[in-house]
Design a protein around this ligand. Sequence first.
Ligand code: 5GP
Length: 298
Amino acid sequence: MGDKQTPPDVDRVAASRKAVAARRARAALKRDLATRVVSPQEMLRRADAEALSPAGTMRITDFLTSLPAIGESKRERILAELGISPVKRLGGLGARQRHALDVWLDGRFPEAGPRDARSRLIVLAGPTAVGKGTVAAHIQEHHPEILLSVSATTRPPRPGEVEGQHYYFVDDAGFDELVARGELLEHATVHNRYRYGTPREPIERALAEGRSVLLEIDLQGARQVREAAPDAMLVFLLPPSWDELVHRLVGRGTEDEEERARRLRTARVELASQNEFDYRVVNADVADAAAQVVALAG
Ligand code: 5GP
């Protein structure tokens, strides 16, 4: 056994393992870009912060084609326009190129900026399995001063769910009546199955008392609240990465294969709507995400 030969072999194995891990990490980041879990501007910031990170070592060509609606020919035109060589990596751009890319991205994929006005009516939405319910429950437990709205639904109760605490369980006719009487601030059919709606009265009462109110509802509902109460603050909960979202959905184990695939397709569409929201909060840690939402409530 040539002891002298072992270290280089070990080094080679370690180096190739590292290269494989780096490629995987970059592939995961490309999925994050394609699904809009991470904005292109955020990816650039990460590349800036660390040139040797997976973001920093991503090729500019891969970066661009991971963005929605950019194919190879469009990519070549953009690179020429920005004066960036196709062999460049994100972390290796010159200051001028970096700036040109930033300006181009802001024009094409505007990041929603925080609005001036604060509101005590907060809507928490986000893709399936991102953990909206868990974050809302955490807020309810630690911040009883904030009212967590209880929705009406035609879905039958799950084991352990309590009437009036988790939901108001109603049948179809009962739901129709709530709608007809104008008692719901918004309502929608979620996952093509059951109807859900937000009772208007408790919210108006709490707001009149100066309390903050949190709605944990789906995207269609968030859009309706925006229409009905334009000063409401819309918060979009993001997963730390696309792979993590897939992992959470699979880990939950409550849906079969077909349903999971359907929900992931829905999640992609939902993620694409995040720019309609005033704020985005990444749910990497429940307590931390909850604290950020509470801080927004002012
Ligand atoms: P679940 O049946 O798992 O409790 O909830 C399913 C989905 O319905 C979740 O995405 C939740 O955000 C949404 N949801 C719950 N209540 C309401 C509501 O009042 N209005 C709307 N639009 N969606 C709701």
